[in-house]
Design a binder for this molecule. Structure first.
Ligand SMILES: NC(=O)c1ccc[n+]([C@@H]2O[C@H](COP(=O)([O-])OP(=O)(O)OC[C@H]3O[C@@H](n4cnc5c(N)ncnc54)[C@H](OP(=O)(O)O)[C@@H]3O)[C@@H](O)[C@H]2O)c1
Length: 315
């Protein structure tokens, strides 16, 4: 990832290279798929895209590409935004029964006429590689991580936190963690993961008072807000591990302008000031973002192993 640094906290921080960690996991997923192939097992991922959301199309294409690169069987389904909910349910029921498919991913958001909760609940829990089925949510909330399929973005963030702990020669147990954001796809499952690792967890949100003070008390900070560069360096305790889940697209300014770049990506953390005090920090882009696809491949591999009663790889 980067060269090991001393345990002294402070500038410069350990910048956690999510791209490198993600590539490493994808390589291992490919190797594990190679081992499974010797047993006649090919992990299968079905992606379902409903409608014409351009960002969703890009995400689904990247997921299918990654599945193929890992040697998985990959099927893509593209449905019109006009589709009836019952037609989508029928496709999912068919995929639930398909022995070649071990993981089903229905890309969110869905068109307004389709109830996402109903759709997520219709996916067989053992094929729910997004980790959004009520049974997987319940297992994660109960701390039963070994039987759950975990949501990809928080699971990826957790791996980056572990990398930071190794680098900083520290451990999570007993540490205070603050998650900013309480969405069901990032904030809440992230809290379950950190709780399962014996952190003392606070979930902050838009109604939280004195947010900078809450964040200042944390050894681990996960920002999943959707507010560009909201978390500033003076909110952060020296040496804290800072995980920036945010992906915000802003118009290009200054040096970006004139290089053919119309926009730039920033996180929910102000990297310039935060990196002056953090012990470890994820960049945007190149931090949590690349981990999501890697964790989807990991979940598909796990689902294929479980379906065939094969020991799960230690990843
Ligand atoms: N692969 C990836 O890397 C990945 C995956 C998913 C999401 N993301 C990114 O992560 C960010 C969060 O995504 P999400 O889906 O969790 O967003 P979301 O559903 O919009 O939730 C945002 C959360 O932030 C809270 N919030 C908003 N403004 C706040 C403020 N000023 N102070 C404190 N809390 C505030 C909201 O509080 P309330 O609940 O009170 O409204 C809510 O809980 C986005 O930038 C998204 O693009 C990245």
């Amino acid at each position: 990832v980067t060269a090991r640094r001393s345990t002294s906290r402070g500038y410069p921080p350990f910048v956690i290279d999510g791209k490198a960690v993600s590539n490493d996991r994808l390589d291992r997923a490919r190797d594990e798929a190679g081992e499974l192939a010797k047993k006649g097992i090919v992990p299968g991922l079905a992606t379902v895209l409903v409608g014409e959301n351009p960002a969703s199309r890009v995400y689904v294409a990247a997921k299918s590409r990654a599945a193929k690169a890992c040697g998985f069987h990959s099927e893509q389904f593209e449905l019109s935004s006009e589709i009836q909910e019952s037609e989508l349910l029928a496709l999912i029921l068919r995929l639930n029964e398909d022995p070649l498919i071990h993981g089903i991913l229905v890309q969110l958001p869905l068109p307004p006429a389709i109830n996402p909760t109903k759709i997520m609940a219709s996916i067989a829990p053992h094929k729910d590689v997004d980790g959004f089925h009520p049974i997987n949510v319940w297992l994660a909330a109960s701390g039963d991580m070994s039987r759950a399929l975990l949501p990809c973005t928080p699971a990826g963030a957790m791996i980056l936190i572990d990398k930071a702990c190794v680098e900083l020669e520290t451990h999570l147990s007993g540490k205070s963690a603050v998650i900013i954001g309480r969405s069901s796809i990032v904030g809440r499952p992230m809290a379950n993961l950190l709780l399962a690792r014996d952190c003392t967890v606070t979930i902050a949100h838009s109604k939280s008072r004195n947010l900078p003070d809450i964040v200042r008390g944390a050894a681990v900070i996960v920002a999943a807000v959707g507010q560009p560069e909201m978390v500033r360096g003076d909110w952060i305790a020296p040496g804290a591990i800072v995980i920036d889940v945010g992906i915000n697209r802003l118009p290009a300014t200054g040096q970006n302008r004139g290089e053919g770049s119309e926009s730039r990506l920033v996180g929910d953390v102000d990297f310039a000031t935060a990196s002056l005090v953090a012990g470890a920090i994820t960049p945007v882009p190149g931090g949590v973002g690349p981990m999501t696809i890697a964790m989807l491949m990991t979940n598909t591999l796990i689902a294929a192993c479980r379906a065939n009663s094969v020991a799960e790889p230690m990843m």
